[in-house]
Design a protein around this ligand. Structure first.
Ligand code: KQY
Length: 378
C-alpha cells in the first residue's frame, strides 16, 4: 500500500505485526537517534495566539537538543515563525496537524535484534472521538505518524485499534504499563474486550506482560493516560505521582496504583520497586489565562478555575538528559533531586512549562523519541 499517489514518496504498510516479525518497542531510556515535536498554534487551546506556548516548546526543544537531535513539524502557516523561534540546529519540517501532541499522534518506533526499525501508526481519535474527545476534526493528526515515518524512511504497521503514545509505557524487557480508564474506555475501542486489547498490545509493542493500573491522574483530559501517573525509570522500577493529602482525589488514585504495582510481577517475573514523587500544586487555570483562550465550537472549553492535571512524571528521557517540567516553586527542586537519583548518568534539566500544562499535557506529551537501531550481535 502507498501513502502518496503517483510521484509521491512511498510509505510501505506491512500486513504483519511487530511481534510476529520479531520487533519490540524499546524503553524511552534506551538510546535514541532523536526526538520529534510539533509546533503549537491553535488559539482555542493555546492562550494568546499560542505565543507563550511556542516559547515553552522552543525551550523544551533547546533542552532536548543538548542531548540528541530534534525535529519539529510545523504547519505551512507557522513554518517560518517556527524556524525563527526554535534554536538553530533544530530541523523544521512542514507538516499539517490539528494540534501539537507528538507523543499521541507520532509513531511508536519498534526495533529488532538485526538492527532494523519500523513504525507503528495508531489510529487517533482526539482522545475519545465524538464520545468525549477534545476536538473535531482530527484527520490531520491521524496522518502525522505516517508522515513522520516517511521522513524517517521507516516502514509502517497501521494498528487496527485506537491508541495514543501517552497511554503506554514499556520497560523494554517485555512489560507494558497502562490504565483501564484509558484503554478500556468505550470511546477508544468499544468492540474490544480487555483480553483483546492486551493481545493488541502484545502484537504491536512486542510485550508479553501488561500491568493494568486503574484510573489515570485526576482530571487528565485525555481520559487517564499513564504518562501523567507513572512510568518505568529502569527495568523493575516505576515512578508514581503521589500526594499525602487524603482530601485530594489524587490520593485514592495513587494509593490504588501503588497497591496494583506492589502486587504485580513484570514480564521477567520481578517484583517492582515503586518510587513516589509528590505532585505539584494542585494548580488551577487563572482568570487571566482563561481570558486569552479562544472559544470554538467542537473544542473542549478551557475555563478559569479548573484544576490542571499537573504531574512531574510527564518528563522526557533523552540520551544524556532528563527534561522535566518546572511547575511549582515549592516542589520543583525536590522533584528534580528524585529524578537525578533515578537517572544518575543523565543531567536533569528543568523547563518552565506551565504554558504546556494549560493545553492539557506536558513535556512527555509533546515529544516522541526515535529509538536508535540496536546493532546486531556478531
Ligand atoms: O500524552 C499526553 N498525555 C497528551 C496530552 C494531550 C492533551 C490534549 N489537549
Amino acid at each position: 500500500m502507498l501513502a502518496c499517489g503517483p510521484g509521491g514518496s512511498h510509505l510501505r504498510t506491512l500486513r504483519s505485526t511487530p511481534a510476529r516479525d520479531g520487533f519490540r518497542m524499546p524503553a524511552e531510556y534506551e538510546r535514541h537517534d532523536g526526538c520529534w515535536m510539533l509546533w503549537p498554534e491553535r488559539p482555542d487551546i493555546w492562550r494568546a495566539g499560542a505565543k507563550p506556548a511556542q516559547a515553552a516548546f522552543a525551550a523544551v526543544a533547546a533542552a532536548i537538543q543538548s542531548s540528541e537531535p530534534v525535529t519539529v513539524g510545523a504547519s505551512a502557516a507557522q513554518y517560518e515563525n517556527a524556524c525563527a523561534r526554535l534554536p538553530s540546529g533544530v530541523r523544521v519540517v512542514e507538516l499539517s496537524m490539528n494540534d501539537a501532541w507528538a507523543r499521541d499522534t507520532g509513531p511508536t518506533v519498534v526495533v529488532d535484534a538485526n538492527g532494523r526499525r519500523r513504525g507503528v501508526d495508531w489510529p487517533f481519535n482526539a482522545w475519545g472521538g465524538l464520545g468525549g474527545g477534545l476536538y473535531f476534526p482530527w484527520d490531520l493528526d491521524d496522518a502525522v505518524a505516517g508522515k513522520i515515518l516517511q521522513v524517517e524512511r521507516l516502514d509502517r504497521y497501521r494498528a487496527p485499534f485506537v491508541l495514543e503514545g501517552g497511554a503506554i509505557h514499556v520497560d523494554g524487557q517485555g512489560t507494558c504499563l497502562t490504565t483501564e480508564e484509558c484503554l478500556l474506555n468505550a470511546n477508544r475501542n468499544p468492540r474490544l474486550s480487555r483480553a483483546e486489547v492486551e493481545q493488541g498490545l502484545r502484537e504491536y509493542l512486542g510485550v508479553s506482560k501488561v500491568i493494568w493500573l486503574g484510573q489515570g491522574a485526576y482530571l487528565d483530559e485525555t481520559g487517564g493516560h499513564i504518562d501523567e501517573l507513572a512510568c518505568f525509570v529502569k527495568p523493575g522500577h516505576v515512578l508514581l505521582t503521589w500526594t499525602e493529602d487524603r482530601r485530594d482525589p489524587q490520593y485514592a488514585i495513587s494509593r490504588d496504583a501503588l497497591a496494583r504495582l506492589t502486587a504485580a510481577r513484570d514480564a521477567r517475573g520481578r517484583r517492582l520497586t515503586v518510587h513516589k514523587i509528590l505532585q505539584p500544586g494542585p494548580l488551577n487555570m487563572t482568570e487571566e489565562e482563561a481570558a486569552l483562550i479562544d472559544l470554538r465550537r467542537g473544542s473542549r472549553p478551557r475555563l478559569a478555575g479548573e484544576r490542571l492535571c499537573a504531574s512531574y512524571v510527564n518528563f522526557y528521557v533523552g540520551n544524556r538528559a532528563v527534561v522535566m517540567p518546572r511547575l511549582d516553586p515549592r516542589r520543583d527542586a525536590a522533584a528534580g533531586r528524585i529524578l537525578k537519583r533515578l537517572f544518575p548518568g543523565r543531567r536533569v534539566i528543568g523547563v518552565d512549562t506551565r504554558e504546556v500544562l494549560l493545553g492539557g499535557g506536558n513535556i512527555h506529551c509533546i515529544t516522541q523519541q526515535i529509538p536508535r537501531a540496536v546493532a546486531p550481535r556478531r
